[in-house]
Design a binder for this molecule. Structure first.
Ligand code: NAD
Ligand code: GLY
Length: 360
């Protein structure tokens, strides 16, 4: 069991990591003074598995809660689905003090968070992440969004949750491919600023793949601590927070080019991290040893290094639209050594093309 606090000027919030945590959600909310009503948003897979347990815990603590399930998958991160959730909130009479609770992976967290941020100009938001990726990354830090057909996460806000509850037990039903995809974001934390963690992951790969409770608790809490450390210094991504986008620039382009169906988000990020190391070597920022270290860890966790279905040309088109561009120049997070990254404005087009050819 672990508890981590994220301290921000508008208030602090806790991340509770433990087996069986969803049975305590009602109590944890009551401790924060939240009772009344709640809208629980989930997807059809997760809602069927854990919706009843969450509703039970909330009802036991005097909360009048309703569950709404959206179809699983990236397609639900849309303004159309958000509109259905607003309608549900209005018809059930959700008021300004009533929380929206996200029960699911990053898709549900981003969607429900976007609705919480905008319904009645903002209602309390609670995250119950159910994928590894959501536990270590998307449920912490307040980025919420839906997609636009021209790009991912283009419509969103920074809106922090009031509480994050990560129940290790729910990982027992998580498909292996989803667990592995989440491990890409885990590797990212080691790569961007924690060499010791990078080495820990290399040593504990087998235990992690077997979902051993002690290693999972250690890994999730280290990632959440890292994320909290970054977000506390730069909540709105003016500088330091950009390092969390390591691997995401090319990763997002791969996801968009494959219509958000070819690759899990984490898989695309793994290819993106490897590509970023190749770019870094081309630019003289790192040695071949660093590229090898990235290649080895990505392969050790059965993650992909290439996206053969993609074309360099089309990836270039998506890269030019990257939402992290400033004055149309993409902000790249590049690697110097495992645990050390640097932000570079723009990358020479010939270098980029040559790396895109290697990974496609
Ligand atoms: P996801 O939400 O699509 O979930 C993956 C699949 O696993 C779904 O089919 C879901 O139904 C199923 N599932 C989830 N938990 C389960 C469980 N415990 N048991 C059985 N099945 C379960 O995928 P994800 O990888 O969690 O999230 C990806 C999304 O997160 C992307 O949209 C990405 O942009 C976003 N993201 C956001 C941030 C952020 O900071 N806001 C960070 C990283 C990623
Ligand atoms: N996942 C990137 C961020 O939260 O900033």
């Amino acid at each position: 069991m672990a508890e981590i606090t994220v301290n921000l000027p508008q208030g602090a919030y806790g991340i509770h990591i433990m087996p069986g945590a969803i049975q305590r959600i009602g109590q944890l909310m009551r401790n924060l003074g939240m009772q009344g009503m709640a809208l629980v948003v989930s997807d059809e897979n997760v809602g069927a598995l854990y919706g009843a347990a969450v509703l039970h815990s909330l009802t036991e603590c005097g909360c009048k809660a309703e569950l709404i399930c959206v179809p699983p998958g990236e397609g639900s991160k849309s303004l159309g689905v958000a509109m259905e959730l607003y309608t549900k909130a209005v018809t059930m009479g959700l008021d300004r003090r009533s929380p929206v609770i996200a029960l699911g992976g990053g898709v549900v967290g981003d969607l429900a968070g976007f609705v919480a941020a905008t319904y009645l100009r903002g209602v309390p938001f609670i995250q119950i992440p159910t994928t590894l990726l959501a536990m270590v990354d998307s449920s912490v830090g307040g980025k919420v969004a839906v997609n636009h057909e021209l790009g991912k996460n283009l419509i969103g806000a920074f809106y922090q949750p009031r509480l994050v509850v990560a129940d290790l037990d729910v990982l027992s039903t998580l498909p292996e491919r989803e667990l592995i995809a989440g491990l890409a974001e885990v590797i990212k934390y080691g790569a961007i600023h924690d060499t010791d963690f990078f080495n820990y992951l290399n040593r504990n790969c087998a235990a992690l793949m077997k979902k051993e409770e002690g290693v999972l608790t250690e890994v999730i809490s280290r990632c959440c601590r890292s994320k909290a450390w970054v977000v506390e210094q730069d909540e709105k991504e003016n500088n330091l927070r950009m390092i969390l986008n390591f691997g995401h620039t090319i990763g997002h382009a791969i996801e968009a080019e494959t219509d958000y169906t070819g690759y899990r988000h984490g898989e695309a990020v793994a290819v993106g991290m490897y590509a970023a190391s190749l770019i870094s070597r081309e630019l003289g920022l790192c040695t071949s040893q660093t590229v090898e270290a990235m290649r080895e860890i990505i392969q050790r966790f059965s993650l992909p290094l290439t996206a053969r279905e993609c074309s360099p040309e089309r990836l270039m088109t998506f890269l030019k639209r990257d939402k992290k561009s400033v004055d149309n120049v993409v902000q790249w997070v590049l690697i110097q050594a495992p645990g050390e990254v640097v932000i570079e404005r723009g990358v020479n087009e010939a270098v980029l093309r040559s790396v895109l050819e290697q990974i496609t």
